[in-house]
Design a protein around this ligand. Structure first.
Ligand SMILES: *[C@@H]1O[C@H](CO)[C@@H](O)[C@H](O)[C@H]1NC(C)=O
Length: 398
C-alpha cells in the first residue's frame, strides 16, 4: 500500500540510493543479445561464471530469462532451474541446454527428483518458448516461462554446467565447491540474487507482522468494538461501561491499525513493479474512515442537540463501512500473503463466532426493546441501529 503522496519522495530516495550503490559494476550489464532481446534485470551469478538476465511480469506470471554459462567442454550442457520446494538440486525444475546429435542446440525440461540419471519430463512451470545458442564457448539459454503461482516475488534458483551428454541424456556434473554452491534465491522484482542464507527472511517477517497487526485491528478489534456499542447498551446495567469499553476497543484498534497500515505502506514502497491496487486502496479508505471516526468523538453534539440524530447516522454508517471493508481487506491480504490455510480458516472461525454472537445479541436486543415498548409507550423501539438508545446516559455528555 503506497498512496501517491508517498510515491514521489520514495522515488527520489531510491534514485539517490541507486546513484550511491555500485550497481553498475556487474559485468552482465555489458552483455547484449541478438533478436533485440532486452531484459529488465541481470545478475552475475556467484559461481560457475554464469549470468542470468530476466524480465518478470507478475500480473501474467511470465518470466523470460537468458542464462549464460560456459560448459566445461563444447559438447557439455548448461542448466538453470527453479526449485519451488527447496534450495538445492533435488526438487529443482530444470531447463537444460545442450547440442543434439543432429548438431542443433536444444532446451529440455527435467523434474530433478534424485541424483540419478535424468529423464526429460514435465515441470512445475509451463515453457512458452525456449531456445539456445552456442558461441565463443558460452551457451545462451533463452526461455519464457509461465509460473503456476501468481504474484511470486522471489524464487530459489539453481544452476549447473556439465561436461558431456550421452545418447541425449546430460551426464553428471563435477562435485567441486563451485558446482555445489551454485544456488541462491532470486528477487524477481528488485533484481537481486542472494546466496542461500535466508535472504528473503526479513521481508517475509515484515509481511507477517503486517498481516497480524491488521487482522487483529481491522479484522477483529473494530468489529468487537462495534458489537460492544450496539448490543451492550441495551442492558441498563452495562451503562456506562459499554461506552468506555467501546472507546477503549476502538482507540486501541486504531493504534494497532495505524501501525499495520504503516507496515503496509513500507511493503508497498519496497515492492517495485507489483501493486496490489485493490488491497492498497481499501487500506487507504479504511485508514481515512477510521481517522474520521476518531475525530467524530470530538465533534459529537450533545445528546439532545438537533444534529445528534445526523451525527449518529454518520457515525454508524462509517462504523459499518469499516467492518465490511476491514473484513474484505483481510481476505485480500490472505490472497496476497498466501499463508498456510490454517490461518485463513482460523480467521473465518473467529469471524463466524463474532457473527453468531451478533445475531444472538440482536435477537436478545429486540426482545428487550419490544418488552420495554409494551411496558412504556413513550419509549421508541431500538430499531435500525441509527437512534441512540433513548433514556440512557452517555457519560461523556456534559
Ligand atoms: C516431479 O516428481 C515428483 C516425484 O516423482 C512428483 O511428486 C512431482 O509431482 C513432479 N513434478 C511435476 C511438475 O511433474
Amino acid at each position: 500500500m503506497a498512496p501517491s503522496s508517498l510515491t514521489l519522495p520514495t522515488v527520489i530516495l531510491i534514485s539517490i540510493l541507486s546513484l550511491i550503490s555500485p550497481s553498475q559494476s556487474a559485468s552482465c550489464t555489458s552483455q547484449s543479445f541478438t533478436n533485440n532481446r532486452l531484459y529488465s534485470f541481470c545478475n552475475d551469478l556467484p559461481s560457475l561464471n554464469s549470468y542470468l538476465h530476466w524480465t518478470y511480469d507478475p500480473t501474467q506470471s511470465t518470466l523470460s530469462i537468458a542464462f549464460l554459462a560456459a560448459p566445461p567442454r563444447p559438447d557439455g550442457w548448461v542448466s538453470w532451474a527453479i526449485n519451488p520446494t527447496g534450495t538445492g538440486m533435488v526438487g529443482s525444475q530444470a531447463l537444460i541446454a545442450f547440442r543434439e546429435d543432429n548438431g542443433g542446440m536444444t532446451v529440455k525440461t527435467y523434474n530433478v527428483t534424485s541424483y540419478g540419471p535424468l529423464t526429460e519430463s514435465r515441470v512445475w512451470y509451463e515453457v512458452r518458448e525456449s531456445s539456445a545458442e552456442f558461441s565463443g564457448g558460452v551457451v545462451r539459454l533463452f526461455a519464457t516461462l509461465v509460473l503456476p503461482e501468481r504474484g511470486r516475488e522471489s524464487l530459489n534458483q539453481v544452476w549447473q554446467v556439465g561436461p558431456s551428454v550421452t545418447g541425449g541424456v546430460p551426464d553428471k556434473h563435477e562435485f567441486q565447491p563451485e558446482n555445489l554452491n551454485s544456488k541462491g534465491s532470486l528477487d524477481l522484482l528488485r533484481g537481486e540474487s542472494t546466496v542461500v542464507t535466508g535472504g528473503g527472511d526479513s521481508r517475509m517477517k515484515k509481511r507477517n507482522i503486517h498481516g497480524v497487526l491488521n487482522v487483529v485491528s481491522w479484522g477483529i478489534m473494530f468489529p468487537v468494538g462495534i458489537i460492544i456499542a450496539r448490543y451492550l447498551k441495551t442492558f441498563p446495567s452495562a451503562d456506562p461501561a459499554w461506552f468506555y469499553l467501546h472507546i477503549f476497543c476502538q482507540v486501541s484498534a486504531y493504534a494497532i491499525g495505524v501501525a499495520g497500515w504503516g507496515t503496509g505502506l513500507k511493503l508497498g514502497s519496497e515492492s517495485k513493479g507489483i501493486t496490489y491496487s485493490i488491497h492498497r486502496n481499501i487500506g487507504i479508505a479504511l485508514f481515512s474512515l477510521a481517522t474520521v471516526q476518531i475525530f467524530a468523538l470530538l465533534l459529537r453534539p450533545k445528546k439532545d442537540h438537533k444534529y445528534r440524530f445526523y451525527w449518529n447516522i454518520y457515525h454508524h454508517s462509517l462504523g459499518y463501512s469499516i467492518i465490511i471493508l476491514g473484513i474484505i481487506n483481510v481476505f485480500k491480504g490472505f490472497q496476497i500473503l498466501n499463508p498456510a490455510p490454517k490461518w485463513r480458516n482460523a480467521y473465518i472461525i473467529v469471524i463466524a463466532i463474532l457473527g453468531g454472537i451478533a445475531v444472538l445479541l440482536e435477537a436478545i436486543t429486540w426482545i428487550i426493546v419490544l418488552k420495554k415498548k409494551k411496558s412504556s409507550k413513550s419509549t421508541k423501539p431500538y430499531g435500525g441501529g441509527l437512534n441512540n438508545g433513548h433514556g440512557r446516559q452517555e457519560p461523556l455528555d456534559p
